[in-house]
Design a protein around this ligand. Structure first.
Ligand SMILES: NC(=O)c1ccc[n+]([C@@H]2O[C@H](COP(=O)([O-])OP(=O)(O)OC[C@H]3O[C@@H](n4cnc5c(N)ncnc54)[C@H](O)[C@@H]3O)[C@@H](O)[C@H]2O)c1
Length: 276
């Protein structure tokens, strides 16, 4: 049985807190003395990841385009006795990423762990999809991880490191009305494998977590196109229902930690049996 009762979509709040508590009992101290940088740390899976890494001893730089989100996560971590710094960052901007990584290093030190979690989505009929939305989804979901990896790799190579990039089940299977999202996530998957090959033997591991449905604000932001048939989306519903952000964070933390020292270029599907 899963350690967590399945969550109701959109419940958030208390239900997520209860889930966090349940999974927290599995947390060790795998990141004691380490520094982690988490993008998208202001909400959902990124927030849960930042919290989990901090609980396990990491000093965490919480990067997000939302200053409020990042600050709230840092407050949560520090209230619990952890160390974290909020850094505003738009992962699509070269300048913003460079400034954010510099600020993160100044605040908590050079990272050994980098988790690229920031992401956006949206359902569109492909022939109606505005070019700006296509470009924005690709920019946040794919160019973002590239820019953050490029800016942090010098530190990781120096101190040994682990990168975890968050893709999606949509990197592995088609999802209606999601051409940009699927393309971006498949891109993340192969970007990560290419990076893993490039840094093999240079002390940096690169792995991917591919979540299925997770109860976060992102799901509500997709917005089905008018007149779309929900049945077309039924094949993307995980047999085990929705996951909690903490469940994703557990898998991300495993791949980020030395416990997965022999694992690089791997894709871990955490999708409740969706892609069996
Ligand atoms: N929720 C799901 O069902 C699900 C499934 C598969 C994959 N994912 C992936 O998991 C990741 C996290 O998603 P989530 O569900 O936690 O969503 P979320 O909306 O709760 O969190 C995403 C965070 O990314 C931040 N962000 C957005 N654009 C940014 C930018 N340009 N620069 C920096 N930060 C930015 C947002 O402010 C937000 O805090 C995403 O990459 C998403 O594609 C989610």
């Amino acid at each position: 049985m899963s350690p967590i009762q399945r969550v109701t979509l959109g419940a958030g709040g208390k239900e997520h807190q209860a889930a966090d508590e349940a999974i927290r009992s599995f947390a060790g101290r795998r990141f004691a003395g380490k520094v982690a940088l988490v993008t998208g740390g202001g909400s959902g899976i990124g927030e849960a990841t930042a919290v989990r890494l901090a609980v396990e001893g990491a000093d965490v730089a919480v990067l997000d385009i939302s200053a409020e989100g990042a600050a709230a996560t840092v407050e949560r971590i520090t209230a619990d006795g952890g160390t974290a710094a909020a850094v505003v960052c738009d992962v699509t901007s070269e300048q913003s990423v460079a400034a954010a990584v510099a600020a993160a290093v100044a605040a908590v030190g050079p990272p050994q762990v980098v988790c690229n979690v920031a992401g956006i989505g949206g359902f569109f009929r492909t022939i109606e999809m505005p070019l700006e939305r296509w470009e924005r989804i690709l920019a946040v979901n794919l160019t973002g991880p590239f820019l953050v990896c490029r800016a942090t790799l010098p530190y990781l190579v120096e101190g040994g490191g682990s990168i975890v990039n968050v893709a999606s089940n949509t990197a592995l299977m088609g999802q209606a009305y999601s051409a940009a999202y699927c393309a971006s996530k498949a891109g993340v998957l192969m970007f990560s494998k290419a990076l893993a090959a490039e840094y093999l033997g240079r002390g940096v591991r690169v792995n991917v977590v591919a979540p299925g449905g997770v109860d976060t604000p992102l799901i509500g932001s997709f917005g089905l196109p008018e007149g779309a048939d929900f049945k077309e989306l039924s094949r993307i519903m995980s047999p085990l229902g929705f996951a909690t952000p903490a469940e994703m964070a557990g898998s991300i933390a495993f791949l980020a930690s030395d416990e997965s020292s022999y694992t690089t270029g791997a894709v871990l599907s955490v999708d409740g049996g969706l892609t069996i």
